[in-house]
Design a binder for this molecule. Structure first.
Ligand SMILES: Nc1nc2c(c(=O)[nH]1)N[C@H]1C(S)=C(S)[C@@H](COP(=O)(O)OP(=O)(O)OC[C@H]3O[C@@H](n4cnc5c(=O)[nH]c(N)nc54)[C@H](O)[C@@H]3O)O[C@H]1N2
Ligand SMILES: Nc1nc2c(c(=O)[nH]1)N[C@H]1C(S)=C(S)[C@@H](COP(=O)(O)OP(=O)(O)OC[C@H]3O[C@@H](n4cnc5c(=O)[nH]c(N)nc54)[C@H](O)[C@@H]3O)O[C@H]1N2
Ligand code: SF4
Ligand SMILES: [Mo]
Length: 702
């Protein structure tokens, strides 16, 4: 590698900030600002700035590890490790059939890896049992978007549109901590005279920026959105012409909203009627407005209906598919968007095709050179898959997730993982889940390899290699190539990312997420390309040049992606959370993130600067709750749910509702928030209810 700066993107979240990397003598990189990328214009959060630390040899894995007879994980050769995995997977398949082998992927994987993992599961293993951690992330918003618009892409417009709209309602997003450089778009919105409404049970750093902050009881966003729609109707603010021309299903949605009187909604949510009215006024008065949701309203057992209710509000007021208006979901992981488009999801084939659609199967099977009938059907969702480990699923190949920390009801999931006959994990560090594996493969990461990522804007980006990986490390693509060969499939698993992307282009062609017009060269020249981007042939006879489709930064301006081009209202009604507080468990627990840790913390807990800033878990609680408990700031507090118990120091603040406590989920061990969480699933998206469960608090005497 040359000693010059490589322009590329961050390893972490869906903002995919641009950054420049210069190789350092110790094998890491120096991260410097890259001002030309329009999303972050040089700004980075602390995680991005310190990302180079995870490349250090003493932090990352550099040798395969195999569990020996004494039960210890010991260094082994690549051949030994790969042979062991192939042998175990073959044995499981022989004994239990193809569905005895499971595959679990991640939204941090590049498009090339996610695509290849899905193909590997269906073509080499023949298993239907594949899903990924994105199920825990944005699946509810995705399901609601598909129902209403016929297509799911995080934001239907670029972030740069946000400052130009009239009002933004931000529902359950703490982007000041989860995507700090994006706060600029909200600051500019306000400078331009637009208003910001933030809906969060906590007065977060993001909520502090709001013109209006609503603090509903966790798990009541569905009722809240219905109450707002009721007021829109009652105040005569429905855009009748738009509803007539561009939507179907209004009458049923209208009737459902009319049953949600503002006073009733106030009782459910704790948000007062005047606040509801003020929200409607701020949202409806300007010419354009947006609703953006994140994990707050989505990670609920009614997340799909909840997002549907917010979309209904946008449709009734004519605020979707028009310039500077729309509904968007702030996707979370680096490739949370692309990771859900190319086939690592249980029900999906590349190009956002459905696995149970015969035409989709035929198209993809042709690209893959296999018989369509050989492709398995849809499998289980992420939590259901983890729950089946050790019973139906006997061996698991896991890539880019750390469910021992991040899955709901984690003690149970950990026990299921331990009960497997065989576990193989590909990771860059020895995560808590990798610690339980029979074989751990050390793979290249981010700056050590090239691949494409699709950001929350639907912008496909090229993340470029900047340093040479350490000896002893191979890429996920090489791993899948080697395993395929050992399992008898010699062809179809190339190791070069661009070669994989070329195949992905063909596999996605004609699908909803069509990448066929995108090339690596374009990605470099154009700062990314927004999908759909079909390959357009020249219309001039005799001219064989491919005429480039410009990509699609803004969706739905002419029509929605439904067969008739109209958006669909979904009739939804309020319902309770899966676990309402009672005498035994009287308090609500909600969970989420802090700025200096990422996800299960596998990467960021290994970065000294980040661990100093956010050294461990805590329980955020209101002074009134703390007083009742007799807990002072920093005292250990036990939080107990029907699933388990976690202990962490109290952080006392009046910024949270008195009926709710909050815990970040970045840590394993005693303070693991997911020891408590409820795996109740949304019936459509199969999203677990990370954002509410009933708990009780106990003082812990030292
Ligand atoms: N620092 C950091 N940044 C990250 C990540 C990280 O782990 N750390 N992860 C990335 C990923 S994968 C994701 S998905 C995104 C997530 O990004 P966000 O969705 O912004 O993150 P969360 O903290 O999970 O939840 C957001 C807010 O929802 C609120 N909330 C809780 N319950 C409810 C509720 O019932 N209703 C409403 N309206 N709000 C509620 C919480 O108080 C919290 O402030 O962040 C990405 N960026
Ligand atoms: N209580 C609670 N739990 C939650 C949430 C919540 O809000 N509350 N949020 C949920 C959400 S939104 C998400 S997205 C999940 C995320 O939770 P996880 O799925 O656990 O995600 P990460 O911690 O990012 O784990 C990624 C792992 O992959 C490794 N890795 C990174 N890059 C690569 C690569 O290229 N190849 C391979 N093979 N490995 C790689 C990392 O080192 C790390 O060990 O957590 C969910 N869990
Ligand atoms: S906001 Fe996200 S993409 Fe940007 S530097 Fe931070 S972690 Fe990286
Ligand atoms: Mo996520």
């Amino acid at each position: 590698m040359q000693n010059t700066a490589t322009p590329t993107h961050c390893p972490y979240c869906a903002l995919q900030c641009g950054m420049n990397l210069t190789p350092a003598p110790d094998g890491t990189v120096e991260v410097s600002e890259r001002t030309d990328f329009p999303v972050n214009r040089g700004a980075l959060c602390g995680k991005g700035r310190t990302a180079g630390a995870v490349l250090a040899r003493n932090v990352r894995l550099t040798s395969p590890l195999v569990r020996d007879e004494s039960g210890a994980l010991v260094p082994a050769s690549w051949d030994e490790a790969l042979d062991r995995i192939a042998g175990e997977l073959r044995r499981t398949r022989a004994e239990y059939g193809p569905d005895g082998v499971g595959v679990f992927g991640g939204g941090g994987l590049t498009n090339e890896k996610a695509y290849t993992l899905g193909k590997f599961a269906r073509v080499v293993l023949g298993t239907s049992q594949i899903d990924y951690n994105g199920r825990f992330c944005m699946s509810s918003a995705a399901a609601a978007g598909i129902k209403a618009f016929g297509l799911d892409r995080g934001l239907p417009f670029p972030l740069e549109d946000i400052p130009k709209t009239g009002c933004v309602i931000l529902v359950g997003s703490n982007l000041a901590e989860t995507m700090p450089p994006s706060l600029r778009f909200l600051t500019e919105l306000k400078e331009n005279g637009g208003t910001l409404v933030v809906i969060d049970p906590r007065r977060t750093k993001t909520a502090e920026q709001a013109d209006l902050h609503l603090a509903p009881r966790p798990g009541t966003d569905l009722a809240l959105a219905l109450g707002l729609l009721h007021l829109v109707i009652a105040e005569g603010r429905v855009d009748e012409e738009y509803v007539q021309e561009r939507t179907v299903g209004w009458e049923d949605a209208r009737a459902a909203a009319m049953a949600h009187w503002p006073e009733y909604v106030e009782r459910i949510t704790g948000v007062s009627v005047p606040q509801l009215r003020e929200t409607v006024r701020l949202f409806c008065e300007p010419e354009s407005a947006m609703v953006l949701t994140a994990r707050g309203p989505e990670q609920q057992s009614k997340g799909t209906d909840t997002v549907g209710a917010w979309i209904n509000l946008c449709l009734a007021t004519g605020r979707a598919g028009r310039p500077l208006s729309g509904y968007g979901c702030l996707t979370g992981q680096g490739n949370g968007q692309g990771g859900r488009e190319h086939g690592q999801k249980a029900d999906q084939l590349p190009g956002y095709r459905k696995l149970d659609d015969p035409a989709a199967r035929a198209h993809v099977a042709e690209v893959w050179g296999v018989d369509p009938d050989s492709l398995p059907g849809p499998g289980r969702s992420a939590y259901e898959l983890l729950d089946a480990l050790g019973t139906d699923i006997r061996s698991l190949l896991l890539m880019a997730s750390n469910p021992v920390v991040s899955a709901p009801r984690a003690a149970h999931v950990e026990e299921r993982i331990r009960s497997l006959d065989f576990l193989a994990v590909c990771d860059v560090v020895l995560s808590e889940t990798a610690e339980l594996a029979d074989v751990v493969l050390p793979v290249t990461q981010w700056a050590e390899e090239t691949g494409t990522m699709t950001s929350l804007e639907g912008r496909v980006l090229l993340r470029r290699q900047a340093v040479t990986p350490p000896d002893g490390v191979r890429s996920d693509l090489e791993v899948l190539h080697e395993l395929a060969a050992r399992l008898g499939v010699e062809k179809g698993f190339p190791t070069g990312p661009e070669e994989v992307f070329e195949e992905l282009r063909r596999a996605s062609a004609g699908g909803v997420a069509d990448y066929s017009g995108i090339t690596y060269r374009r990605l470099v020249e154009e700062d990314g390309v927004f999908w759909p981007c079909p390959a357009v042939e020249s219309s001039h006879p005799g001219d064989t040049r491919e005429q480039a489709h410009p990509g699609t930064p803004r969706l739905f301006l002419d029509r929605f992606a439904t067969p008739d081009g109209r958006a669909r209202f979904v009739p939804v009604s309020h319902r309770a959370t899966a676990e309402e507080p009672d005498d035994e468990y009287p308090v609500l627990l909600t969970t989420g993130r802090v700025v200096s840790q990422y996800q299960s913390g596998a990467q960021t807990r290994r970065v000294a600067e980040l661990s100093a800033a956010a050294p461990g878990p805590f329980v955020e609680l209101h002074p009134r709750l703390a007083a009742r408990l007799g807990a002072a700031e920093g005292d250990p507090v036990a939080v107990v749910s029907r699933r388990g118990r976690a202990v962490a120091p109290a952080r006392i603040t009046s910024a949270i509702r008195p009926d709710t406590v909050f815990m970040p989920f970045h840590w394993p061990g005693e303070g693991r928030a997911n020891s408590l969480t409820n795996p109740a699933l949304d019936p459509t998206s199969r999203m677990p209810e990370f954002k509410t469960c009933a708990v009780r608090l106990e003082a812990v005497r030292p």
